[in-house]
Design a protein around this ligand. Structure first.
Ligand code: AGP
Length: 614
């Protein structure tokens, strides 16, 4: 996600835009830019943070205009660099636009515009839109507002945009579908932002645009809000904000981690956008299509990663071996890079990394590349070092993850890995059509299913209160749930500082069961599929020794309820979908325990969001 700002009124726009962008950097910060207008237009943009952008304004005359727009980027199309950063300007130089969102059909529109003679400098979908608007102004002989209206009827995807036309410098136009856009209403002045933080200090009167709405602000005529589908004027609701700035950044959530846990339905929608259209459409992953023969002829797949991403890799091993019948290995990057591994031609190495900057993973990639492996990277940060170091790959599009403890990025990783395994398995013919379609249908509904799982938040919060004084936890899972047991344990220990260990449930009898007593809470993931009855036996063994059981179970399971101290139900689903759902209650359990213990949930002690050192 990106941050967009704008201002039109009687004050100098520069400080409003720059300070507004700084308040939105939590939405993305790989590059930024602003446009300011006073008799002529000035556009400055750069890779890096807003502070780097400020350094470009050396001449005070450049800061004088009372109208402007700005953008801080979270790259989705094209790596972070000056050319791809916003604002984008049309070929004539007249139209300037900032955009937060993703256009799925930008490529086809770009081809039409190129045929008409338009030239493109960036790899972004946003530059296509600004030139489409220009083309409509020219061909239909309409003004900016109407041109934006016609342009938005042609695009498919999500957007929040603010647009300016130098030929009519008393006007600003904007619109939203799927990405937030707020209007701050002042006295003959208007502010725009991805949320209210950029203008909260100037006005508390705020209009949150709804999807399919657009606005036209004209300094002489004032504000008009229109409904795009019906092409009709509406009377917008102006609310008086009560929040302070910090609250607005996190929305209604106390911490970014909780916000990101609850963003997961949207994040997974973004991960699947353009790739999983519907269960009745073929899965569309361009990098797999392009390198299909490489995967078809692979002798082995090796996942390399760290931390939570290593847990995604472990689950990927279960998915890929089950669905592709290709041998898979999972390596800690920090070990792999130093142990001189055997890598042969025909080996595919898949690094997984949210940040794309983890030093151990990056070093392991370079070593594997030297040994002749084909590298397919899975990252969240577009244009990150790992994304640039690999031969090809795919972005998870989880959006900017601020909380140090990874939540939505992990869920997007494992959902995407399952989609990839399904896509390849279907092409290899190693998964039967009935099972393929059943799982694909459940993936299509996954955002809605996760919404249901998140409704257990209050139950999980009350469960957490019983375990605040625990010194240790065990997490157990079998099969697909074993990686989730490890991930649940990592989440708890890294934000609550309670020692926690994850184990395959069957491993209990090989030592860990010696730890069981009434002070040892054991989280067991025990959904109906797989070795369910063996997990029931493991629970009984723990019960017999006085252990406390918190069980994650399939909806309606009464057998385990009788054996457990607490249960958390998740919807019945396919065995391969269950780990994606089971992980979410464990995120919430760790969050509430840590928060109630007064821990710094978003920035836990000793940790960093990206470990760029060895
Ligand atoms: C996860 O909650 C931790 N923040 C940490 O284990 C993280 O997953 C690990 O450092 C790997 O980071 P990456 O995915 O950015 O490479």
């Amino acid at each position: 996600m990106c941050g967009i700002v704008g201002y039109i009124g009687n004050k100098p726009a520069y400080d409003i835009l720059i300070n507004g962008l700084k308040k939105l950097e939590y939405r993305g910060y790989d590059s930024s830019g602003i446009m300011i207008y006073k008799e002529k237009k000035i556009v400055k943009k750069t890779k890096g943070k807003v502070a780097d952008l400020e350094n470009l304004f050396t001449n005070s005359n450049e800061k004088k205009g009372n109208i402007g727009i700005g953008h801080t980027r979270w790259a989705t199309h094209g790596p972070p660099n000056k050319t791809n950063s916003h604002p984008h300007t049309s070929n004539s130089g007249e139209i300037t636009l900032v955009h937060n969102g993703i256009f799925e059909n930008y490529d086809s529109i770009k081809k039409v515009l190129i045929k008409k003679g338009y030239i493109f400098h960036s790899e972004t979908d946003s530059e296509v839109l600004v030139n489409l608007i220009e083309d409509i102004i020219k061909t239909k002989k309409v003004k900016l507002g109407k041109a934006v209206y016609y342009a938005l009827k042609q695009v498919v995807g999500a957007y929040a945009i603010v647009v300016f036309d130098s030929k009519n410098p008393k006007e600003i136009v904007g619109a939203r579908l799927g990405s937030p856009l707020a209007i701050g209403v002042g006295d003959a002045e208007y502010y725009f932002g991805s949320d209210a933080t950029p203008f909260l200090e100037f006005t508390k009167s705020c209009i949150y645009l709804n999807d399919n709405e657009m606005f036209i602000v004209n300094l002489e005529k004032g504000l008009t809000v229109r409904e795009i589908e019906k092409d009709s004027i509406i009377d917008p609701f102006v609310q008086e904000l009560k929040q302070n700035i910090e609250e607005v950044e996190k929305g209604r959530y106390e911490h970014f981690m909780l916000k990101e846990i609850f963003e997961q339905p949207q994040s997974i929608t973004d991960t699947f956008r353009g790739r999983l259209i519907s269960a009745s459409h073929p899965i569309s992953i361009s990098s797999l299509k392009k390198y299909y023969e490489v995967f078809k002829n692979a002798n082995r797949i090796i996942f390399i990663s760290c931390g939570t991403s290593w847990h995604s890799s472990l689950l990927a091993e279960y998915y890929f071996e089950e669905l592709l019948r290709i041998p898979v290995e999972v390596e800690y990057a920090s070990e792999f890079r130093y142990r001189n591994p055997v890598i042969n031609k025909g080996d595919i190495v898949i690094p997984i990394s949210q940040s794309g900057e983890t030093a151990d993973t990056l070093a392991a990639i370079k070593m594997a590349k030297e040994k002749g492996a084909f590298l397919y990277g899975i990252c969240n940060v577009v244009g990150s070092s790992i994304a640039r170091e690999t031969h090809t790959g795919i972005y998870t599009h989880a959006g900017s993850e601020i909380g140090v403890a990874s939540t939505k990025a992990f869920s997007c990783q494992i959902s995407l890995l399952l989609l990839m395994a399904l896509s390849l398995g279907n092409k290899f013919g190693t998964i039967n059509q009935k099972r393929y379609l059943r799982i694909l249908k459940e993936l299509e509904n996954l955002p809605k299913t996760i919404e249901k799982v998140l409704k257990s938040n209050d139950i999980i919060e009350s469960i957490s209160e019983k375990y605040l004084d625990s010194q240790n936890f065990l997490y157990l899972g079998r099969g697909y749930h074993f990686p989730i047991a490890l991930e649940g344990a990592l989440k708890l220990k890294e934000i609550s500082y309670i020692h926690a260990e994850g184990y395959p449930a069957a491993e209990m009898k090989h030592g860990p069961i010696a730890l069981i007593d009434k002070n040892m809470p054991v989280v067991v993931i025990a959904t109906k599929k797989g070795n369910y009855h063996k997990v029931v036996s493991n629970i009984m063994e723990i019960k017999a020794r006085g252990g406390k059981i918190i069980a994650v179970v399939s909806e309606g399971d009464q057998e385990i309820e009788k054996l457990s101290d607490q249960i958390i139900e998740i919807p019945n689903c396919d065995e391969l979908i269950a780990p994606i759902l089971a992980n979410i209650p464990l995120q919430l359990l760790s969050y509430h325990i840590a928060n109630k213990k007064g821990c710094n949930v978003d920035q836990p002690r000793n940790l960093a969001k990206s470990v760029t050192v060895e």
